[in-house]
Design a protein around this ligand. Structure first.
Ligand code: NDP
Length: 246
């Protein structure tokens, strides 16, 4: 497979780290953004020990200005981005009648507006070079909704609307745009949920367990090769059978 430049946003997190490792193992030059330099460099060092080189670039994906600076810096260090995985995400859970404007906006800005902020900076180059892979990491809760997550579910459902529009606009330019919708994966985000709630969730999953970050990374990797050029506008659910709708 041709070696490409890949940017995984939120690559230092649970799922992001697995995607970074998987893309690097496929021979791609992988970068991720950071906000906390000390934490990110410690993470980078740990990966280096297992033979994986990752480029770090400062950037807050919720800010259009920061995203622009981040992509320009990356262009100078690694080259233009061919593969973009919009993975950075947060939760600010509470029922809607208690939700503040800040809780709503932080989640929409980080999870959904970030897709505009970062993708807008790489799309022209992909169109010029006639090759690109764009993946949104959405969520099962964007597909089925979730009590206490009106903000998160709205942001994650919005990602797929973004995917299917971009897929149509860019298909003629060799760019595929797809969504990966994970179910519950045992990362910090999910481990922060009380244990009894996690046990209830696992009991609802036909496969009988939470997913692993590596299982999500495997799905992302599936869209990368040239053989996957006809797969665009898809939403790939990876959830142990927890939800079998769109
Ligand atoms: P983590 O909390 O482990 O990682 C999130 C990453 O996003 C971190 O690297 C974090 O960086 C980064 N990030 C957050 N906000 C910003 C920002 N404004 N700018 C730049 N980077 C930012 O989460 P997961 O690995 O669990 O989740 C990854 C993605 O998968 C998310 O989009 C999540 O919604 C989605 N997902 C997760 C599921 C799960 O079960 N875990 C299920 C379904 C979907 P920092 O360290 O600086 O905060």
């Amino acid at each position: 497979m041709t070696s490409r430049v890949a940017l995984v946003t939120g690559g230092t997190g649970g799922i992001g780290s697995a995607i970074v490792k998987k893309l690097a193992s496929m021979g791609h030059k992988v970068a991720t953004n950071y906000r906390d330099h000390a934490r990110a460099t410690a993470w980078q060092e740990a990966l280096k020990k297992s033979g994986i080189d990752v480029t770090l670039v400062a950037g807050d994906v919720a800010s259009p200005e920061s995203a622009e600076i981040m992509i320009n810096e990356l262009k100078d260090t690694l080259g233009p981005v061919d593969i973009l995985v919009n993975n950075a995400g947060i939760t600010r859970d509470t029922t809607f009648h208690k939700m503040s404007a800040v809780q709503w906006q932080e989640v929409i800005n980080t999870n959904l507006n970030s897709c505009f902020n970062v993708t807008r900076q790489v799309i022209d180059g992909m169109r010029e070079r006639k090759w690109g892979r764009i993946i949104q990491i959405s969520s099962i809760n964007g597909q089925k909704g979730q009590y206490g997550q009106a903000n998160y579910a709205a942001s994650k459902a919005g990602m797929h609307g973004f995917t299917i529009s971009l897929a149509q606009e860019n298909a003629k330019f060799g760019i595929t745009v797809n969504t990966v919708s994970p179910g519950y994966v045992g990362t910090e985000m999910v481990m922060a949920v009380p244990e009894e709630v996690r046990a209830k969730i696992a009991a609802q999953i036909p496969v009988g367990r939470l997913g692993s970050p590596e299982e999500i990374a495997y799905a992302v990797a599936f869209f990368m090769p040239d053989e996957a050029a006809w797969i665009t506008g898809a939403n790939l659910s990876i959830n142990g059978g927890h939800y079998m709708g769109w």
